[in-house]
Write a protein that binds this ligand. Structure first.
Ligand SMILES: N[C@@H](CCC[C@H](N)C(=O)O)C(=O)O
Length: 325
């Protein structure tokens, strides 16, 4: 049995287990991390979560984050997760700004001063690429920006972008937003299909009014989530490309779990996004895991008092969402 301390955390209710591998006696490898993700993220028999954020030492940054989806697949980035991992690394190092190594890029995370009653964290989302091979997406088009893809839908136009994890997004009407089209489409492109060999995160964007959009996401390796930070970053870019918003101006992005603020920068064609939102600690505990038999049990040891404050913020977001239903 291996004893593994963990924290349950969330960003916009996109919830994760955070495991600091420096606190685990025996080292973990890919197959153990995968087993942990599949067992512990199970909402019926495990602790429940959209994924696990593994915190590791970095040889050139303040810390390293590796994200495993609930199904045990590894993703190159996680925006909501990076806010939680970054908060943890800032607290551990005593800094209010850190650089975190992720699979493809080192990203800056910093505290964000806000009047909100919960800790807000700002993370950098980059690099942004429209090159289909960066997702990867199999197509003969050079870029897919607001393109009709009849092989996927007769009605919708799509943008495909990596940030650097892969996203397929469409601006939709209220009727389409809450229809079952997102599920149908996302299930198809995340199953055996000729277009997205590694699957893709799929989001529908609904423009609420100037400066505000709503995003609903079906995540690769997870399914419907309350929010996806990289999807909301990608959606902010799509909003700008469609004339709904502008570079350098904060945008409020609502999601089923809350909201974030984004600011899209355009440095001579190189896009990046500041993603700003909560990083909430729910509770912490310990898992006893037997990797040979797969048996595990876990214990909640301490609840943080942060959920109460977050509930107020979530209520405000829910009212907005209800008003567009
Ligand atoms: N929830 C995340 C994204 C997690 C990874 C994603 N499912 C993928 O496979 O790319 C976020 O907040 O960005």
């Amino acid at each position: 049995m291996l004893s593994i301390p963990f924290k349950k955390v969330h960003g916009s209710k996109n919830d994760f287990l955070l495991i600091d591998e420096n606190e685990v006696l025996n080292s973990l490898n890919h197959s153990k991390r995968k087993q942990l993700a599949q067992s512990l993220c199970d909402r019926t028999n495990g602790i429940g979560g959209d994924g696990i954020l593994f915190i590791q030492k970095s040889d050139h940054c303040d810390g390293k984050m590796e994200i495993y989806n609930a199904d045990g697949t590894v993703a190159s980035m996680c925006g909501n997760g990076l806010r939680c991992a970054g908060r943890y690394i800032m607290e551990k190092t005593g800094k209010n700004r850190v650089v975190v190594e992720t699979m493809k890029v080192d990203l800056t995370v910093q505290q964000y001063e806000t009047e909100q009653s919960v800790p807000f964290i700002q993370v950098e989302i980059s690099p942004v690429s429209f090159d289909p091979s960066s997702l990867p997406m199999v197509t003969d088009k050079k870029r897919v920006i607001g393109e009709r893809l009849p092989e996927l839908s007769n009605q919708l136009s799509f943008t495909a972008v990596s940030v650097p994890n892969p996203h397929l997004l469409s601006i939709v009407s209220k009727e389409v937003l809450f229809s079952d089209q997102l599920f149908q489409l996302a299930s198809y492109v995340n199953g055996e299909n000729p277009y997205f060999p590694d699957g893709v995160n799929v989001s529908f964007i609904y423009p609420i009014k100037a400066g505000e959009i709503f995003v609903r996401t079906f995540e690769r390796g997870v399914g419907f989530t309350n929010a996806c930070g990289t999807a909301m970053s990608a959606a902010s870019i799509v909003a700008i490309l469609n004339g709904l918003h502008q570079y350098e101006i904060p945008l409020t992005v609502y999601n089923p779990g809350g909201f974030v603020k984004t600011i899209v920068h355009n440095d001579n064609g190189n896009l990046s996004v500041d993603l700003i939102g909560n990083a909430t600690y729910c509770f912490e505990g310990t898992v006893q895991m037997d990797f040979h038999t797969g048996a595990f049990h876990w214990l909640k040891e301490r609840s943080f008092e942060e959920e109460k404050d977050y509930a107020l913020l979530e209520k405000r977001a829910k009212e907005i969402v209800d008003s567009i239903r």
